[in-house]
Ligand binder design. Sequence first.
Ligand code: SF4
Length: 406
Amino acid sequence: MHRGIYIHIPFCHKKCSYCDFYSIEKVSQIDDFVLLLCKEIALWSQTTDQKFLIDTLFFGGGTPSLLSAAHIKSIFSTLQQYFEFVPNFEWTMECNPGTVSVESLSSYRQIGVNRVSFGVQSFHQHELDFLERIHSPEQAKQAVQFAKDAGFTLISIDLMYALPNQTLESWKETLLQAIELGTTHISAYSLIYEEGTPLYVQYSKGAVVPIDEDIDVQLYDYAHDELTKVGFVQYEVSNYAKNGDLCKHNLKYWNSEEYISFGPSAHGYVQGTRYWNVRALSSYIDKITSGVLPVINKEILTKEQRCFEKAFLGLRSTGISLSDFEEEFGINLLEVIETDVKLWEKEKLIEIHNGILRSTSLGYQLNDAISLKVISILEKVLQTEWVGIEAEMPSLSEYLPLNIIS
Ligand code: SF4
């Protein structure tokens, strides 16, 4: 079995107003953090005799591009001592466009990083200002060019829509600009008002009013239509890829595959057990310096919970293989949701192709409702309740790939 590795880098130059991922602005602590991270990797590896095979490595955050090539190299050298990397494994690094140069990207590329993901969000300065991003539209365009000059062919761009007062016109301009840059992966996320963020505070006070739901749908539809027109394929609610350049690491989360994670607030899924690291850097430091793993909680997923998650995650991404589902869980999914599936097929929300049941673009839009219906049917079949990802995790966005919206 091939697994992924996720490394959480908890530093940013400045917090963005909407962000609830764990990161702090104390960049002076990066040197010490890298040493501790290497120690965590060594500590974790003492818990198993196996040398796991790794085919994806993902540096997310936070802002991994605040690390120098020397930092990245020392983390990777430590990983190589304890894990076996398959040839040509996918190695992604999240980069903030305001923190890169052609030199820094070239140095990452030389070490072996082969995929970069830029948190661009918008090509309008006033929207970037609203989100409190540190970069300009010009820097975002330049960053993509730097990556190309540094030899990267796998480049992803994150965009954000449904900003307050955003118009279809301004979203069109951002999207078309992104397409023009010629990358083969684009993620388009709808702005979420996450509790605990400065944006949420403004929203609760009524100082910021979310965009009208109809406009949100209009912007989603526009992105889908424009991106698919130029050859992108939607493979998750918010993710589009061209030329088969899907993010293999993120697919591991959505396919319920295993991954090992390191760093504050990271969570992994290994040998059927899910675990979470402490969130605060100070607690992380205390644990590691005392020679203890920073794991705050863990749980073994029951077969029933794995069944719920397989359905839930499959419906929001590349679909559910009906034969694999039956083999793993002994449930003929099509049979148990037959009445609803017929209706959803008629309404073009779901399609079945080569034994894979998957959402259509419209289905992705209504994903929550469809997933909850499927889960409620499965609860009856399995005679147990879905614990629910949101109930057991700090937040849903933390459970799903940590790289999104960075
Ligand atoms: S969105 Fe990205 S750059 Fe902004 S604070 Fe969050 S992790 Fe840092």
